[in-house]
Design a protein around this ligand. Structure first.
Ligand code: SF4
Length: 353
């Protein structure tokens, strides 16, 4: 196994969630089974939420034994669940190699959203974020990303159907490009979780090359750019990775993404008290949003223990929002949810570590 493989591939039996329908059909052929067996297995896993091969009673005992030797359904163990009063439920999953990641189920009226991680830790290192503190340890596989969506979909008390998926958990999705795109295809597929591509959002700090690749994937997913600062100097201070990419390059990539997919890009901007929440920042942000033709989502910062950044005062946040709108920006202020369940990304994992 090469070093790159070790970074990417966890040990143990292959996860079913890691298999595409084509790959599972090929595996059935290797086992001397007809191709339609793959469809039966996928039906059990995604539509009847089977957790083990023993439950797949229309398969012979012998085939179930063979499958259990080669595959696992769920690889992870849910080691911690926190549920907030507003229904936000946060899961800490431990994988076969002992690493942990978080996923979240967020109910909102008739909708429910799963927030997924793509890496163990995060290489981006935003100075205000718990997840970036320890750096990145490895990528998650496509199967591990899908498995989080299945846990968030079916292991809550909430019986509202999972309607949306956001890649806004721990990690930079576009730095784990192949696994993220494969996971999106499974989450979107009729044989998989069957969630519309337009209901799937990838949040990235902005890797222009990968944004252009994504635009060519023929996926109608929404792209959210984590800007967090309206000029290169402040952005480099807040997001160490951003030193590699200028806001001008991001504007170009976002415009190309829109031109190729017709999907509007959203700008995410975490408001940090007395740091990026001044009127001059709102003016600069309005200018970036206008040049990118983007909507802006303002997010009130979730305080992280041991990090000295503050949530801005409510009137400052609202004044920022109004100024943006006055300057022509289409902006919204998003309330952070699940604060009482360690809502900031990476806090639960960090506490467990
Ligand atoms: S905010 Fe997101 S991109 Fe930044 S360090 Fe945290 S997980 Fe990584």
């Amino acid at each position: 196994m090469t070093k790159a493989d070790q970074f990417n591939t966890p040990a143990g039996p292959r996860q079913l969630y890691d298999c595409t329908a084509d790959l599972l059909r090929a595996s059935m052929s290797d086992l001397g089974q007809p191709p339609y067996r793959a469809g039966q297995i996928l039906e059990w896993v995604y539509h009847r939420q089977a957790r083990s091969f023993d439950e797949m009673t229309n398969l012979s005992k012998d085939l179930r034994r063979q499958l259990a030797e080669q595959f696992c359904v769920y690889e992870s163990e849910v080691v911690h669940v926190s549920r907030a009063a507003d229904g936000v439920t946060k899961f800490l999953l431990r994988w076969a190699d002992g690493e942990t990641t978080e996923c979240v189920s967020i109910p909102s009226g008739e909708r429910r959203t799963a927030c997924l991680s793509t890496q163990v830790g995060c290489p981006v290192g935003c100075v205000f974020c718990a997840s970036g503190m320890g750096g990145v340890r490895r990528n998650l596989s496509a199967g591990q990303i899908v498995e989080q969506a299945m846990v968030a979909a079916y292991q809550t008390d909430d019986d509202t159907r999972l309607s949306n998926v956001v890649f806004m958990g721990i990690g930079e999705p576009l730095a784990n490009y192949d696994a993220t795109v494969q996971a999106i295809r499974t989450i979107n597929a009729a044989w998989g979780m069957n969630i519309g591509a337009r209901k799937i959002t990838i949040s990235t700090v902005g890797l222009p090359e990968q944004i252009l690749r994504l635009a060519d994937e023929n996926l109608q997913v929404t792209l959210a750019l984590s800007l967090h600062a309206p000029n290169d100097e402040l952005r480099a201070r807040l997001i160490p990775w951003a030193r590699r990419v200028s806001i001008a390059q991001l504007i170009e990539a976002a415009r190309d993404y829109f031109a190729k997919t017709g999907r509007e890009v959203t700008l995410e901007y975490v408001l940090l008290g007395d740091l990026n929440d001044r009127p001059e920042h709102a003016r600069q942000l309005a200018d970036v949003a206008r040049r990118m033709r983007c909507n802006v989502n303002l997010i009130l910062y979730n305080p992280v223990e041991g990090v000295s950044y503050a949530r801005p005062q409510s009137q400052v946040a609202h004044a920022f929002l109004h100024l943006l709108r006055e300057l022509g920006g289409n902006a919204h202020l998003r309330q952070s949810r699940g604060l009482e369940v360690d809502g900031a990304c990476g806090q639960l994992r960090r506490q467990q570590l």
